[in-house]
Design a protein around this ligand. Structure first.
Ligand code: SF4
Ligand code: SF4
Length: 331
């Protein structure tokens, strides 16, 4: 029997999603036995020309991790979309923009300026900046265009399924591949994980008071958390009430609060707004000044509530006044 061909590809990614595939351990044998890997540039020596040589739709599935930031990434995902019957956004970055999506808080210009001119670890006496084209005796060398904005995969191509997590849990990856091989995939557009909030499956849920009110927020390094009690009830910003389950509560088991990498359930439009509202409803005060002081205890609110989802949010990005005024500036 011919095995279905699959591809793995990474865009603006930390490499953790690729590690997760390797971390399948013994399960990787199940996956490798079931499919024929036709493209996986991180691990196997394939070229883009190998993908171009495939017939349109010849790949059963392409698993794409990472957000989309450059022209090269856009070209590659458009190519994989043509060649694959099914495209899976693999991990929080591909689904929601992820950690690289927090770059949408800054303009392209300020990122390049910081990295090439201002960073303490950089010496750049000539003030050089990367050029997209340069002519050398051997010919013209090119670099991909670095876009103004980080986009989610489905803001660039049509996506069939979403595998959540940063990175996706091994069990969900194996289940997704086997569902694909056995033709058991759910309705297009589905997130391949349980559609309930983490609190519903958390072993500490019984210790979370029904009328929980938080008097002070603490960061994980400021408190020795009781390993048996709800972390939110201990003043740690645990985003379990707003976050999809399916991760097995790995962070909670390590006595660390949920940071929301599994994203929202299907009933939520904007994950960050949902997480913010879940936490804001717990503040024990009706007094504006007290509320402001309590909220002020949450360091980096955007990085806390939109850590994995800024590009997918209703706000999408911050627009710096200078960038907004330029033609073709931030969108
Ligand atoms: S989802 Fe997490 S592990 Fe995967 S590429 Fe993004 S940051 Fe890395
Ligand atoms: S808030 Fe966090 S620790 Fe508390 S029940 Fe929900 S997931 Fe568990």
């Amino acid at each position: 029997m011919t095995k279905p061909k699959v591809a793995f590809y990474w865009c603006a990614s930390c490499g953790g999603c690729e590690e997760a595939v390797v971390d399948l351990g013994e399960d990787v044998l199940t996956v490798v036995e079931a499919v024929d890997i036709a493209f996986w540039p991180v691990a196997l020596d394939f070229k883009v020309s190998d993908v171009e040589a495939l017939a349109d739709g010849e790949l059963a599935a392409a698993f794409v991790n990472g957000a989309v930031r450059t022209s090269e990434q856009q070209e590659m995902v458009e190519l994989l979309r043509r060649k694959a019957g099914t495209v899976v956004a693999f991990g929080a970055c591909a689904w929601l923009g992820g950690i690289p999506g927090l770059a949408n808080l800054s303009s392209r210009e300020s990122i390049l300026r910081h990295v090439y001119h201002e960073s303490a670890s950089v010496q750049n006496g000539d003030g050089a900046m990367p050029q997209e084209q340069i002519d050398v005796p051997e010919g013209r060398m090119t670099l991909p265009h670095f876009d103004e904005t980080v986009r989610t995969l489905d803001q660039v191509i049509d996506v069939d399924y979403y595998l959540p997590g940063c990175p996706p849990p091994v069990g969900l990856i194996t289940a997704a591949v086997m569902a694909l091989v056995e033709g058991r995939l759910p309705e297009k557009g589905s997130v391949l994980a349980p559609d309930v909030a983490l609190c519903a499956e958390c072993p500490r849920a019984e210790t979370k008071p029904e009328d929980l009110k938080v008097k002070a927020f603490k960061r994980p390094h400021e408190v020795l958390a009781d390993p048996d009690l709800c972390l939110l009830a201990q003043g740690l910003v645990c985003l379990g009430p707003a976050t999809r389950s399916g991760c097995g509560g790995a962070c909670i088991a390590a006595n660390m609060p949920c940071t929301g990498c599994m994203g929202p359930t299907s009933r939520v439009i904007d994950y960050g707004a949902k997480a913010l509202s879940a936490i804001a409803s717990l503040l024990e005060s009706q007094d504006e000044e007290e509320i402001a002081a309590l909220a002020g205890q949450i360091a980096d609110p955007v990085g806390t509530f939109y850590r994995y989802s800024l590009p997918a949010s209703l706000l999408h990005r911050r627009v710096e006044p200078a960038a907004a005024a330029r033609p073709g500036g931030a969108s």
